[in-house]
Design a protein around this ligand. Structure first.
Ligand code: ATP
Ligand code: MG
Length: 194
C-alpha cells in the first residue's frame, strides 16, 4: 500500500485555511489549477510510497517509538509558497525545529523498517492546496492572497500514518483519497526529546 507519515491539523485550523482557499477559487485563473480535496489536507513528514505488508509491523513499531521520543509542539498555518508551477501550498510557522525532527525521525523509522526511501531532500513543510496542470497558470495572484494568511496556533500531539489511495479512473470518489491507518501520541518530555 502507498503510505506516508504526516501531521494532520485539527478541523478548525483546516476550516480557516478553507475560507482562504475559497477566495483563491474565485480568482481569475483558478480553473488552471487542480485543487486538492479538503478532507485530505495534511502536512507530509515522510513519503514512503509503496510499502509491502510484511514491513508493516516493524514500520508501525518504529514510528510509534519516533512519536514516543518527540515532544508535542505548537504549529500554525502561515502564508504560502510554491514548488515551481507544480504545487501551490500553505506554509507553517511555530516550532519548526521539532516538526523537522519529527520528519527526520519518521524518515529514519521507515528506512530502518526496510522501506526504500528517496534520497534526503531538505524538508520543506507545506500543505498542498493546488497543483498546476500542464503549462500552469501564473501563481502570483494566489500567492498574494495566501501571503497574508495567519492561522490559529494548535498543539501537534500525534504522528499519523496515512494511506494514499491513488484515484482509479472510472471509480472516482468510491474510496477515500487518504486514510489515517494509525496514529501515535507525541510523548517526549522537554529535555529528553533530543
Ligand atoms: P496525486 O499524486 O494524485 O497528485 P498526491 O500527491 O496528494 O496526489 P500521493 O502521490 O500519494 O498523493 O502523495 C501523498 C503525499 O505525499 C502528498 O502530500 C504528496 O505531496 C507527498 N509526496 C508524494 N510523493 C512525494 C515524494 N517523492 N517526496 C515527498 N513527498 C511526496
Ligand atoms: Mg503525488
Amino acid at each position: 500500500m502507498r503510505l506516508f507519515a504526516a501531521v494532520v491539523p485539527p478541523p478548525e485550523c483546516l476550516d480557516e485555511l478553507g475560507r482562504v482557499v475559497d477566495r483563491l477559487h474565485r480568482l481569475p485563473g483558478a480553473d488552471g489549477l487542480r485543487w486538492t480535496s479538503r478532507p485530505g489536507w495534511h502536512l507530509t513528514l515522510a513519503f514512503m510510497g509503496e510499502v509491502g505488508e510484511e514491513l508493516l509491523p516493524e514500520l508501525r513499531a518504529r514510528l510509534g517509538r519516533a512519536a514516543h521520543r518527540t515532544s508535542a509542539f505548537p504549529l500554525r498555518l502561515h502564508g504560502g509558497g510554491h514548488f515551481g508551477r507544480r504545487a501551490l501550498w500553505a506554509g507553517v510557522a511555530g516550532d519548526l525545529d521539532t516538526l523537522r525532527l519529527l520528519a527526520e525521525r519518521s524518515d529514519a523509522a521507515a528506512r530502518r523498517a526496510g522501506v526504500a526511501m528517496d534520497e534526503h531532500r531538505r524538508y520543506q513543510a507545506h500543505l498542498t492546496v493546488g497543483r498546476g496542470r500542464g503549462e500552469g497558470a501564473p501563481l502570483q495572484p494566489f500567492l498574494d492572497e495566501l501571503g497574508g494568511f495567519e492561522g490559529t496556533r494548535w498543539q501537534v500531539t500525534e504522528l499519523a500514518l496515512v494511506r494514499s489511495n491513488l484515484p482509479v479512473s472510472g471509480v472516482r470518489g468510491e474510496q477515500p483519497r487518504y486514510e489515517t491507518v494509525d496514529a501515535w501520541p507525541l510523548e517526549g518530555r522537554e529535555g529528553h526529546s533530543g
